[in-house]
Design a protein around this ligand. Sequence first.
Ligand code: GTP
Length: 360
Amino acid sequence: MNAPMEQRIATDLEERALNGAYVYLAAWLIIGGGAGYHLQQPTIFWSLSFALLLLGILRLLAYYSSDTLRRRSKTMWRGLLYFNALIPTLILSSMFAVSMVLPAHQSIYLFLMMANFAFVSGGTVSFSPNRTLSLAYLFCTVAPPFIASVFFATENRVLGMLMALYAIFMSIQVTRLNREYAQLIEQQQKLKALSNKDALTGIGNRRFFDNALSLGWNTHIRTQANLSLLIIDIDHFKRVNDTFGHATGDKVIVKVAETIQRVCQRKSDTVARIGGEEFAVLIAVAHVEDVSRLAERIRDKVSKTFIRHDGEPLSVTVSVGGCVCEPDAAKDQNRMFERADQALYQAKNEGRNRVVILRY
Ligand SMILES: Nc1nc2c(ncn2[C@@H]2O[C@H](COP(=O)(O)OP(=O)(O)OP(=O)(O)O)[C@@H](O)[C@H]2O)c(=O)[nH]1
């Protein structure tokens, strides 16, 4: 399982578990209060109410500090998630078992039976993104009343058998729901990746670049991280299309994209096609000399790269405009882009096949 998928499942589970912060307590108060159990067994009633209240608060705390918790220790985070998900249902299903076996607690029997069936459905479906958690929930909800009905209150055996049958049915449903959930998330991830990809070259598209620029810009301002931008435009590309045809033009675009990618191989480099024959590169470099050197390498490599047209070699050149940015909260990312565009314009005006870098 990849990291974004793991993160997505974790967030989903926490959100689905959030209702439990009040549902168990509310159900217990309604059942106990409605059946007069709070008068018959006040110590048990109020102790369990207090315990469910504390568990609800713990669940809320776990939800609101989940990011920190996950960052510190995934094992602790998972342990707390399981604890919060399983203990409240275990308490109520155990009370259901008790009410089945001991006549003194019979007043809550029927209501707890209804609540228990509801929890079996709701809880197992809610936790289905994590099959283990969902099956553990099913077990905690069904096992106590099942054991009680089969071994201690045998007049309830039919109910026990029904619960077992329902548990088997739900466990099959969980497997199916879990598979469908995983497929859905996978498809969403694929769609997201596709929507960020340029169909012709396979590199990032304009949307991908805009997101990367915003993200890079915010980090640049917040952490004073280095950030520079290059805009690369193929020279006289209209002529390529007009002379050799659109299909060859496409091949040229693909080749230029590959060449830029080969030069910009650092993990921190972001390469995208932002227009027809226009590319952008975001780099974590702060010195004009370093940015110039990289831009020159791109320019040089493109000019030495050939594609074949009717067996004949064909090459193109590119002009590169760059902007090297000093971090300053008063500046803005659009101005940075405009500055790089201005540098590109200058490179074109000065004769093309050249690099111009400006500061911002
Ligand atoms: N083959 C192909 N051509 C494209 C694509 N996108 C844009 N173009 C063409 O790229 C050409 C860009 O031309 P111009 O903007 O005039 O620029 P240029 O000819 O490169 O001239 P300079 O940029 O000034 O050097 C146009 O003819 C567009 O039709 C594409 O995806 N494939």
